[in-house]
Design a binder for this molecule. Structure first.
Ligand code: S3P
Length: 440
């Protein structure tokens, strides 16, 4: 099977109802929390993708039994908060997953033996110092490659100290790693966190753990105390807004289509894309809103948008849209005027430098951009139609670059050869089969 696809035609108009796979952030957190629980936890609609399978492999290596069933059901046989059991010289492979690699370190701060953490080419380029710096203050020791990267070794401590940590990047992974370390530590760990996705805190709240959150205008104060027991956690994972994003944008950019995406997680810390697209004039409605175990979920209804407005994207939406900017840039390419996105240096810290890649894809499409280290201006053209040949090869195999390129090809035309199809396996293995359904 070739690892690339060729697209030479725009997508036909569609009017469909679809479901996308389970949320990646919640799936990985469910695996990790269940590995600490006392008893048997069950998940339905767990995302079965490489990132989540890596999380399952990781807890198996820590001595936790896991049964993966058909229909995306999963059972974890937790042995309690101190139930990890493993031999010396253990290596955990986080593969492509920053969330797994970073969060699991929080749970290993008290490991009795050294553990090596490795990842793939992309993860090995990413910054882990942002995690190991606060975790060192708890008492764990680290050896990093080039002082900031994987492979790294963690050497846990049996006498952890609570810390005060100011999280300034708006990174949910940093915040969550410190929460995980905090629940293993006597005393009160205090985090002053710039706002970011809060699935970890909501799960702590649902599980009745001693984790409190006080919200202020621009930050939150999170207090974490030692946890002695976590109850089993049965959970039906809602669909992923980040995977939905590709279909939301495809619908907006197509000529005359309608789409409903069922039961998507619309946690306020994740729905920046909806606010941004609405500012650009998109017709998006939320139906059947409900709260499930503290998380807000809803069906999302989208229609094609004729006139797209250029925007100055408010920076306070950055963190809640951080994984969606590549596809949002495609909408800006069709806007009537110049759109501007600022304060986005974190986008270059992802699976690949996505701010640079956003500009690169747009430039290949013939769209003018002005790029700095942390901002991009996109010169939109409401009549943008491509006739040229475009080839996308992304040696870091970034799933979101592949899927964004597919949406661009199906929306703007031209003749595209898009490589590294396998990359979708990390977050959204059935992306192409859902597309096929829409294009029938
Ligand atoms: C995630 C947090 C974000 C996001 C990533 C998933 C999480 O990363 O980009 O895809 O599940 O906590 P940062 O914490 O680096 O912002």
């Amino acid at each position: 099977m070739p690892n690339s696809i060729i697209i030479k035609k725009k997508i036909k108009n569609f009017n469909k109802v679809i479901s996308v796979t389970g949320d990646k952030s919640i799936s990985i957190r469910w695996v990790l929390f269940s590995s600490l629980a006392q008893g048997v936890s069950k998940a339905k609609n767990l995302l079965i993708s490489e990132d989540v399978l890596a999380a399952i492999k990781a807890i198996r290596r820590l001595g936790i039994k896991v049964k993966l069933k058909k229909n995306n059901e999963c059972i974890v046989f937790g042995k309690g908060i101190n139930g990890y059991l493993y031999k010396k010289n253990l290596t955990i492979d986080a593969q492509n997953s920053g969330t797994l690699g970073r969060l699991i370190l929080g749970l290993l701060v008290n490991s009795p033996h050294k553990i090596r953490l490795i990842g793939d080419k992309s993860l090995s380029k990413r910054d882990f110092k942002r995690i190991t710096d606060p975790l060192k203050k708890f008492g764990a020791k680290f050896q990093l490659t080039n002082k900031r990267c994987l492979p790294l070794t963690i050497d846990g401590s049996s006498s952890l100290r609570p810390i005060k940590f100011s999280e300034k990047l708006g990174s949910a992974q940093c915040k969550s790693a410190v929460i995980f370390a905090g629940i293993r530590t006597r005393g009160t760990t205090i985090i002053k966190a710039k706002k970011s996705r809060n699935h970890t805190e909501l799960l702590c709240n649902y599980l009745n753990l001693p984790v409190t959150v006080k919200k202020y205008k621009n930050y939150e104060i999170i207090k974490v105390k030692k946890v002695n027991k976590i109850n089993k956690l049965n959970y039906k994972i809602p669909s992923d807004i980040s995977s939905s994003a590709f279909f939301i944008v495809l619908t907006i950019l197509s000529e005359n289509s309608k789409l409903t995406i069922k039961n998507v997680n619309i946690n306020l810390s994740r729905v920046g894309i909806l606010s941004i697209l609405k500012m650009m004039g998109a017709k998006i409605k939320l139906k059947n809103q409900k709260i499930y175990k503290g998380e807000k979920n809803a069906d999302i209804k989208i229609e094609s948008t004729r006139r797209i407005k250029a925007i100055n994207c408010p920076v306070n939406l950055n963190s809640s849209a951080i994984d969606e900017f590549l596809v949002i840039f495609l909408v800006a390419a069709k806007a009537n005027g110049i759109s501007s996105f600022k304060d986005l240096s974190e986008l270059n810290q992802k699976e690949s430098p996505r701010l640079k890649w956003g500009a690169k894809i747009l430039n290949m499409m013939g769209v003018k951009t002005k790029l700095t280290k942390s901002s991009i201006k996109i010169y939109g053209d409401p009549n943008l139609i491509l006739k040229k040949k475009i080839k996308i090869t992304n040696f870091l195999k970034d799933h979101r670059i592949f899927m964004t390129s597919v949406v661009a090809a199906l929306s703007f035309g031209g003749s595209w050869e898009i490589h590294d199809k396998d990359s979708i396996n990390s977050s959204f293995p059935n992306f192409l089969s859902i597309l096929k359904e829409l294009n029938k």
